[in-house]
Unconditional design. Structure first.
Lengths: 708, 708
């Protein structure tokens, strides 16, 4: 008889792939702040890291990783810079017909890049452990056996309405199948499966005994258990969409070839043998996506055993002929066919959620999979954290599905179109209507660059996205004040200068994901006394007992814990001192990191942030950025009522709010401050700066021995 | 009775501070390649990391760390961007009189930055362990008790002429003294000591028994044991120079102040109370160097116990008045007085060396100490590695002293001048000759920015630096071929484009320190058939049995193990394919990382490397870069005799050389290559590139739900 235990937890995450790890990482931030929160993450496999499994990291994903303190991932990855198109000429010989940038220049401070998932997961595991003070660690191998949601208790904040029964496996019960191949492969998790395969995956292996059984009562469950999600099926959520019969092979090899662009991203259409996509990777590896001649049968059934590494490479050789292709090392291979489906619902009563591949399946060639999965729980994690810590109302959770489901549908539509263009036979001329026009393919490739960057996501109006004030939040944004900042889109990073030291910094780097909203005060020309009056009035409001900061921040929280005010003025560092900004609202005593200037720097030029954001450098604006980096609203310095309304829509009023703050802790009196200001103004002006326009300065060397 | 053992090793490093760790790290590269090499590093202290102890990392040091695979150090450090000068006005009130860039813009791809030594040492320990395959680890606490060099055996490559007796301490015998303070401090290692203090440091603590005794027979010993070096004194090497009587206090604090520039580097001269230097650091810390009113007596003796943290901060308050100064945290403090001395000799018979502070002591305020120390062993390490692995002649070792001793003298001269200017009282007007002119101070500060960047070092002509062919190596460089590349200086990194994938890269990042020389072939306009003839002739020479590569590389070494040929052409990636470069010399089969283009990139603009190096983009040049990144010679593509001569001066002829290499391993025949070339040339030209000049691209967002 198996031993049985019972337990409670706030969140149970099922599945420790990209979606599950991102859920755990975002929630870790709240666990680190609240010793009573209990978040668990389980996985049914004993193996941590699979070779091979990889995807591109999109610029937007990299921005988010940076805001989780995992920016070092970018250092290890391989940048993708160039896309080459190869097409057949009139003789059927492939040649390079086009070359254009991968990642639209200027779309982000990061380029699209590639790194194997194992490395990414390792960074996540370390970061989750560290940020949660060691309180969240992936538990494996553990298999879920049943899930039930008591919807009648869904609205009770103290209830544990989800019951999940778990079974602990022995290590050797959870090894992925390798189908007799020596080379690591992903056939065990390929999409070449049927419903029976899916169920078999979650059955206790024959001849093994059940280990420990645990009944978990959870406030929330997130199913991040992949395309064949057990959670999704057991919650009765459905996938809507279709399956193609094209089969693709994938190999990760260190190639030996005379193909000129093997180290750059290539899309190769051959005349008769199908298509290949090349994705260069780290550590000299190159991934090949190779169209196979086989087709799935009507039931979607395919004999997995027929896809051997050599057979897949042979297909590539045919497509890439007459170029020579061999390899010195193969790390991994798999085969799949493309299904394009989206879940119709993302949760049961906003208590049991699904995320990642559990909600959407599509082809991997656009490098969307891991990104879309991580972005799902990047969206859900902070919302759940805010609700669990009673900072936000439960209605916030509805925006997970309303924001992510339309995105997934757009993704699938994109993938549907792109896959068809890529799997189809190239047209010989414009009259060849049954085949794919290479011009159309190229156009789609270029236009979709923005989509695949991950930066184009524009969430609809909702309680947390204040656009027109009509379909969600009651507030209408004053978008004319920041013409290039789109409410609902991610806040794009631009360079500013940290006032205290003159360092060129990315504004995006200040948006560390700790659950706090950022109130970016573009203060305009603060050296103008009239403008400084406006700034001081806004600051006085923030410090008053009426402000959203004073009313909505709990008394046991730091003043910048829920709402961090960051000031970016349009002056030079000589025109004004950071101590001239009103304390404590904008310049909390001895915190030298809250004031930034949009000015020339010595080593990185001028960021021209006001210009790029479309903000008047005299007048300024206020931009509210959500904890996940998306713009919630834009308003003017006088729009304090709008700010109140915006936050009141979804934030909870704490039992004991922080209240007003005075300048009482300042050691400097107003008089001392005025005197200091007079002193500084009377000092000789700083000398004109060296031009930073020229990136190269001719350097005269100093011989050793010569005293300088 | 203590137990006694006896052992042999190739190199024994005494002291695991910055100089010792850099010695171990550079030698680790050779240990990793040669399983018979035995390198040890010992330290007399049990503690790994001291809080506080810190220095700026100069741009040149950061370049070297990058070439040791430790570039991530830069990420954690605090950039120094701005220098502010504060001087008294006619009323004696300090105010900001000047502001200018710290780190001369354009001098390096790195800015000067600050990070605490513990963090740097941790990176070193990890890297040494990894690169040496776990075979080098700091052994501590171990005390040297005697050292002897048998000079008669100095020239025997198989001899172990240095005998060192070691004593193993118990952990608690090696704790640094804290002088009764609760705050960590550096008083135990301050320069406020006498010769008796020095000796006491190396005596077995009273009442303790000797632990294990070991007699080590070493081929080479490096003494990296600091300013009061036991190795130096026991080898009979002398320090020449002088000691000032100014005493300085140092504190690392998180400051609370209304001083406007506390987060930027500042040099503050008060009218009557002395000077302060402010260095902002990581983790909100700021270091203050504070001039004390106390003076050392004639014997250099000072009572260390009088320097309390509060006393030091009080001195700063006087100097910085009327600004308020307090702190929320103090991490560390110390006090020192400035000695400026250089060792007269750096070795005994090039068998027992000294390095780092053991060779030169000076004031810490210019952030030179740790840098100069690491650069000493950066210079010595590869030379010792080359000699030990019999790749180079023993005469190479003489260049350690001939290169580093004049540098140290220049450093001390610089420090002498700078310290005097900084410690002196500011002159009230130009007639006040007894005091320091603030104009002179500013000029020195600006002019010395180049010196303190570490990039100005210009080694004299020697067997490894071929300038005029008169005073060292018999070869004269053809410097007119690369007008802005100074032979003897470090090779400055510029951006190039990796041909295979279009990635913008720093040429300097290719100079990983693995003991190999880089032969940078600036191939010029390779699309011109006449120029390609020149390139092919040079390539044929490299592959022939007469070339230095074939003759000097041992047969058990990879062909690029001692001499790596890297080609940088001046064409676009559309004008020529990387496969068009002669294989195997320039394009080793299936190695896609040897060919670079000086051309526009999609995401990082154009590097204009030829222009910046002053190389004719049609004609080209060859630049030989030493393993440590310094330029050894410049010559033309036909100067194969000069290359032979240059390397023959100091490289050893192996018993069994690698010999010629043929294109035998190529799968492609010349005919196939010609056909391929024809195919590529006949294909339609790639479309014109999007301009990368504009750093900002206006991005139209795509609403969710809209199929793109």
């Amino acid at each position: 008889m198996a031993r049985k235990i019972e337990s409670n937890c706030d969140v149970l995450i099922i599945g420790a792939g990209p979606a599950g790890l991102m859920a755990a990482r975002t929630l870790a931030e709240f666990v680190g702040q609240d010793p009573n929160l209990k978040v668990r993450i389980i996985d049914k496999r004993s193996t941590k890291v699979f070779t091979g499994q990889a995807d591109g990291l999109q610029p937007r994903t990299l921005e988010c990783l940076k805001n989780l303190g995992m920016g070092q991932i970018y250092e290890a990855a391989n940048d993708m810079t160039t896309i080459n198109l190869y097409n057949p000429d009139e003789n059927g010989m492939i040649h390079r017909t086009d070359r254009f940038p991968d990642t639209i220049p200027g779309v982000s401070r990061y380029n699209q890049c590639v790194l194997h998932q194992g490395m990414i997961e390792r960074h996540f595991l370390d970061s989750i452990h560290e940020v949660s003070n060691g309180r969240i660690n992936v538990e494996r191998p553990i298999l879920p056996e049943s899930i039930e949601v008591d919807e009648s208790k869904a609205d009770d904040p103290d209830a544990y309405p989800v019951t999940v029964k778990l079974r602990y496996l022995a290590e050797d019960e959870a090894e992925p199948l390798q189908f007799g191949h020596k080379v690591s492969n992903g056939l065990f998790r390929t999409t070449l499966t049927t419903a029976e395969d899916d169920d078999a995956e979650y059955r206790l292996p024959e001849g093994t005994e059940a280990g420990l059984l645990e009944t978990v009562h959870a406030k929330y469950v997130i199913g991040c258990d992949g395309g064949r999600s057990w959670v999704r099926r057991n919650l009765g959520l459905n996938m809507v969409g279709e399956q193609t019969d094209y089969i693709w092979g994938v190999v990760d090899i260190v190639p030996e070839t005379d193909f000129p662009d093997v180290r750059a991203r290539c899309a190769i259409h051959s005349a008769e043998s199908g298509s290949v996509m090349i994705i260069p990777r780290e550590d000299k590896l190159v991934r090949f996506y190779i169209q196979m001649q086989e087709r799935a049968d009507q039931g979607g059934r395919v004999d997995r055993s027929q896809f051997t590494p050599e057979k897949i490479v042979d297909s590539a050789r045919k497509i890439m002929a007459p170029y020579y292709l061999n390899y010195s090392r193969m790390d991994w291979f798999t085969a799949y066919h493309i299904g394009q489906r989206v879940a119709d619902k993302y949760s049961v009563a906003e208590r049991a959620f699904i995320a990642g591949d559990a909600c959407h399946t599509h082809s991997p060639k656009a490098g969307q999979g891991m990104n879309a999965s991580m972005m799902d729980t990047w969206n859900l994690g902070w919302k759940l954290g805010m609700v669990l810590t009673k900072r936000a109302k439960r209605s916030l959770l509805k925006t997970y599905e309303s924001e992510r489901q339309p995105f997934a549908q757009a993704l699938i539509d994109f993938d549907h179109k792109f896959s068809r263009l890529f799997s189809g036979k190239p047209a010989k001329d414009v009259l060849d209507g049954s085949c794919v026009s290479m011009d159309e393919f190229k156009e789609a490739f270029i236009r979709n660059g923005l989509f695949t960057s991950g930066t184009a996501v524009d969430y609809d109006e909702s309680i947390i996205v204040a656009k027109t004030g009509k379909n969600g939040n009651k507030v209408a944004s004053h978008s004319d004040l920041a013409k290039n900042i789109a409410v609902g889109c991610r806040f794009k990073s631009e360079q500013v200068c940290r006032h205290s030291e003159g360092l060129a910094m990315q504004l995006g780097d200040l948006l560390y994901m700790n659950g706090s909203f950022r109130v970016l005060l573009f203060a305009g020309n603060a050296a103008n006394p009239a403008q400084m009056d406006r700034i001081e009035r806004f600051a006085a409001y923030l410090d008053s007992s009426e402000s959203f900061v004073s009313r909505l921040t709990p008394s046991d929280c730091k003043r910048d814990g829920l709402f961090e005010v960051i000031t970016i003025h349009s002056n030079t560092r000589e025109e004004i001192d950071m101590q001239d900004f009103p304390a404590p609202a904008l310049y909390p005593p001895f915190d030298y990191d809250k004031i930034y200037a949009d000015c020339e720097t010595y080593h990185r030029g001028h960021g021209h942030a006001y210009d790029k954001y479309g903000i008047d450098p005299k007048h300024g604006a206020i931009v509210v950025v959500r904890p996940d980096g998306y713009v919630g609203m834009v308003c003017d310095l006088e729009d304090t009522a709008e700010l109140e309304t915006y936050f009141s829509e979804f934030m909870a009023v704490p039992a004991k709010p922080l209240g007003a703050q005075a300048e009482k802790d300042w050691t400097f009196t107003a008089k001392a401050k005025a005197e200091r200001r007079k002193r500084v103004l009377s000092s000789s002006p700083a000398q004109p700066r060296a031009s930073n326009k020229a990136s190269f300065v001719h350097v005269e060397t100093v011989p050793v021995g010569q005293t300088v």
